[in-house]
Write a protein that binds this ligand. Structure first.
Ligand code: DHB
Length: 500
């Protein structure tokens, strides 16, 4: 053998070895490793209470967060990591990680465009044209979080509208929450690689986004979702989060129709009063449900029931909210406001009004039943569809009414879906993986759902799990309206110790 032949053979063997090694390496390479060097440097100006800030940040776009995505245009996330704020370097090694949930209307959130920091949500999701009373012209929460030096993660996720080419649905419940949990697991899986403190993940969303934020917060580490998480190749990690924020959560869906009648049953919609017989039946179911929750009100109020819920709301939510609002007005503005709202009396710096007048002033928005409507036209029956059925009833009441079969029962998989979509289910079970800190906000004029829905969640978290709950109603605020976005950002700083 010539020297050249030996050289050639040696080279060939080396090349084969290298290729084989690479093959082995490729097989063992972690598909869920955060691509930390694959970012673009971006800048943006964010209006904050402390003035406009110039943020320089690293943007990571469209990173699949599961190994076996059903649709990676949805099961991917964006990450924004602040690098400097007004020219001052930011250290994000231990910063809180804010998970901004863009879900609205239980629709999917697509994460496939190339020019936006946030994924595109469905109805109600930011960024969007705000509904009257929405977040309005202020900076969005993600931008404010960035301006505070927090890491911001914006996940896409599947939703009830996702339909494959063969006509099957792939985003019905529990897909949305399975995806959000997978995103949390991805973050935790990349501890020390993705900047930020993986033990300080804070989720936030509004409306259906507030509802799924609540489920994410309440259901941490529940084995109920294991099968689904495995199926999509989610990281094998814990999925509990530290803190959970929910604005106008459209949650506890299977009990929301009864609570809506409790609050609005005697208040007409534009076409008049809803069917009073059916309304009363739903009210009776609601009264039973309230008793079954065994909730104790604050400061020795005692058991909260359908009969005294109006008093409870007045004492701890509505009157304090009205007082704060009215005290914040100038004498002239207050007089003008009170002249236009004769149902409120103002004496010795205290508002008094009746719950009945308050409800009448808000008015009823939705028909009966407000969520599991008989015609399956609302977002909620669509959320509870299956791979092959677009819409399904998720309450026995509506199923029986719409089929005319008084003995009809829900499919067992619908009951399972319901549990996996309801934070009350996990709080009622005292789930140890439930988030420690809670921020709950609603508007007093929000009639997308009734007031007890958020207050049941707040009280249940306090009663069952002794969780730290910061709950408040913004006076006169509508659906998803956030009158004080900066205080949420400050709260994150406070509960994580980051603002010290
Ligand atoms: C939303 C609003 C609703 O009234 C509802 O029933 C479900 C979702 C939303 O804005 O996300």
């Amino acid at each position: 053998m010539t020297k050249t032949m030996v050289k050639t053979i040696t080279l060939a063997i080396t090349a084969v070895c290298l290729l084989m090694c690479e093959g082995v390496f490729a097989q063992t390479k972690d598909p869920l490793l955060f691509p930390k060097d694959n970012f673009t440097v971006e800048t943006k100006r964010v209006k904050t209470a402390a003035g406009e800030k110039k943020i320089t940040y690293h943007a990571y776009m469209h990173i699949p967060y599961v190994a076996k995505p059903v649709d990676k245009d949805y099961q991917s996330l964006n990450v924004s990591i602040p690098v400097s704020i007004d020219g001052v370097q930011v250290n994000t090694t231990n910063a809180p990680i804010v998970l901004v949930i863009g879900v609205g209307g239980y629709m999917s959130v697509r994460n496939a465009s190339s020019n936006h920091a946030h994924p595109e949500g469905g109805m109600g999701a930011p960024p969007r044209v705000p509904r009257p009373g929405g977040m309005g012209a202020g900076s969005d929460r993600g931008d404010l979080a960035l301006a505070a030096g927090y890491v911001v993660v914006s996940p896409g996720c599947r939703g009830r509208d996702n339909k494959a080419a063969d006509g099957t649905f792939y985003g019905k419940a529990p897909a949305v929450i399975v995806d959000l949990k997978a995103a949390v697991r991805y973050i935790r899986h990349n501890k020390g690689i993705l900047p930020g403190n993986t033990e300080q993940i804070v989720s936030v969303g509004c409306s259906a986004g507030g509802a799924v934020s609540a489920v994410l917060g309440a259901s941490g580490n529940s084995p109920l979702y294991d099968f689904y998480l495995k199926e999509i190749g989610a990281a094998d990690e814990r999925d509990d989060i530290y803190a959970c924020a929910c604005y106008s959560p459209i949650t506890d869906l299977e009990h929301a129709d009864g609570a809506y009648e409790w609050m609005y049953g005697n208040t007409p919609v534009s076409s008049g009063l809803v069917d009073q017989k059916l309304s009363n039946q739903l009210k009776a179911l609601n009264a039973e449900y309230q008793v079954s929750l065994h909730l104790e009100g604050k400061n020795g109020f005692g058991p909260i029931t359908a009969d005294n819920y109006g008093d409870y709301l007045m004492q701890y939510y509505l009157v304090p909210s009205a007082n704060k609002f009215l005290k914040g007005l100038t004498d002239e503005k207050r007089k003008e406001y009170l002249d236009n709202n004769k149902w409120i009396n103002w004496k010795n710096n205290e508002a008094t009004f009746s719950f009945k007048d308050y409800v009448a002033s808000v008015g009823r928005m939705k028909n009966l039943p407000a969520f599991d409507d008989f015609e399956n036209q609302k977002p909620e029956p669509s959320e509870f569809g299956s791979a092959t059925v677009d819409t399904r009833h998720f309450t026995e009441f509506s199923l029986r009414h719409s089929t005319g079969n008084a003995n009809a029962t829900l499919d067992t998989d619908v009951i399972l879906q319901r549990n996996m979509m309801n934070p009350m289910y996990f709080v009622g079970q005292k789930n140890p993986g439930c988030a420690i800190k809670w921020w709950l906000r609603n508007g007093t004029r929000d009639n997308d759902t009734s007031q007890p829905i958020m207050v049941n969640l707040a009280t249940s978290l306090e009663n069952n799990l002794n969780r730290d709950v910061n709950a408040w109603d913004f006076w006169d605020a509508g659906h998803c309206q956030d009158n004080d976005p900066e205080s949420f950002i400050a709260w994150i700083g406070q509960i994580t110790g980051h603002s010290k």
